[in-house]
Design a protein around this ligand. Structure first.
Ligand code: MD3
Ligand code: FE
Length: 204
């Protein structure tokens, strides 16, 4: 296990292929009920990748800004419940990394196709900025970048592969980070390629 003294954990190959397939099936059932969407932000710019959510609350973006809400922005239906396999895994991973009492309220599902990426940012839409954040990587490998509290802090690059887990707790919870994009054709888990990232959060 790769860990820092700042609460950042990169658990390489944490999930067996069978568990990855089980989580992928759960994510697919979510996508059928809550289709992937590509938000347009306050500045009129469109997101570079697609997303959807499951759980009580979903992260959305539109011309009013970023927020958590209970309904899908296009269907206006409640987001589907968080599948038990994802919920249980997130609680166990939180415990494993020293975070008891984690309450998974939201799972954001990001799909990165070839060339799609996410710029440097901090996660601060959550009311609770001390609960850990759990990330599950499925499909093609990609390059994840971790900075520090300041946008100008030096960064470290990590390759994330299908079945890897990232846990951000402690100080790292509020570090700048980005996703530079996938390395195409590095996994056969997703039949159409690309990378799915599931981010499980306690919002309140
Ligand atoms: C490090 N997603 O949705 S997940 C996001 O690969 C997001 O989809 C990336 O950043 C992705 O906000 C990275 C791993 C992650 C999530 C939150 C973090 C890493 C983090 C918060 C602080 C530091
Ligand atoms: Fe983030």
């Amino acid at each position: 296990m790769m860990t820092t003294n700042q609460g950042f954990f990169l658990l390489k190959s944490r999930l067996t292929k069978a568990v990855q397939q089980e989580i992928l099936a759960a994510a697919r059932s979510v996508v059928i009920q809550a289709p992937l969407f590509r938000p347009t932000m306050a500045n009129g710019q469109s997101f570079n990748y697609s997303m959807t959510n499951c759980g009580e609350l979903g992260w959305v973006a539109d011309r009013h800004g970023y927020r958590y809400q209970q309904v899908h922005p296009e269907t206006l239906s409640r987001f589907p419940a968080m599948p038990q396999v994802i919920r249980d895994l997130a609680i166990n991973l939180a415990k494993e990394t020293g975070n008891d009492n984690f309450d998974p309220e939201s799972c954001l599902i990001n799909l990165y196709r070839k060339g799609e990426k996410l710029g440097m940012h901090q996660d601060n839409t959550e009311k609770n900025l001390s609960a850990p954040i759990i990330s599950i990587s499925l499909g093609d490998s990609g390059v994840f970048v971790l900075g520090g509290f300041l946008r100008t802090d030096e960064t470290k690059h990590y390759i994330v592969q299908s079945g890897d887990i990232i846990v951000m707790s402690g100080e790292s919870r509020n570090f700048f980070h980005s996703f530079k994009g996938t390395v195409p054709n590095t996994s056969n888990l997703l039949k159409d390629g690309g990378r799915l990232n599931l981010t499980i959060r306690q919002v309140n």
